[in-house]
Design a protein around this ligand. Structure first.
Ligand code: OFO
Length: 165
């Protein structure tokens, strides 16, 4: 059985994963409108992945005798002024998610809930990958700046990112 404190923290993470899915979806749609097919494909796939992260948590909470709270869908507030600012926000968001997972792991240990601690290790590994991917993208975007030719090549490049991750 989950403690109330841990259940609340897990439900908070459900919301965060749902928000992540919406952020990637907003970025995907924006990239699609701009004609960046590769970036859009990557972002749509990331959005689906984040939804899976959310579902995995919902199922876990319910499986442990808790009650998952299905969160509202919040409209992402993003600065689309340049590719750089857009991807910087993505990177910062992933860092924020990693912090939240770390806090969850901490609470699981405080509550002596070793099953949840074990369950959360998957998220710990996932965040290492997601942060690294976001950092790689940001580094590339920083190199390119707003150079159209560079962005065109990057758009082609990013198509394969999901398969690698
Ligand atoms: Fe990238 O956030 Fe899920 O775990």
């Amino acid at each position: 059985m989950l403690s109330d404190k841990l259940q609340a923290a897990l439900n908070n993470q459900v919301k965060l994963e749902g928000d992540s899915s919406q952020i990637y979806l907003a970025m995907a749609s924006w990239a699609e409108i701009q004609g960046f097919e590769g970036i859009a494909t990557f972002m749509f796939a990331q959005s689906d992945e984040e939804r899976q992260h959310m579902l995995k948590l919902i199922k876990y909470i319910n499986q442990r005798g808790g009650e998952a709270v299905i969160p509202d869908i919040a409209k992402p507030v993003l600065d689309h002024s340049s590719f750089k600012t857009l991807f910087k926000q993505l990177f910062e968001h992933e860092v924020f998610v990693s912090k939240s997972i770390n806090d969850l792991v901490h609470i699981a240990l405080e509550e002596r809930d070793y099953a949840t601690h074990n369950f959360l290790q998957w998220y710990v590994s996932e965040q290492i990958e997601e942060e690294a991917t976001a950092r790689t993208i940001l580094d590339k975007i920083n190199l390119i700046g707003d150079d159209k030719g560079g962005l065109y090549l990057f758009d082609n490049d990013i198509k394969g990112f999901n398969q690698q991750g």
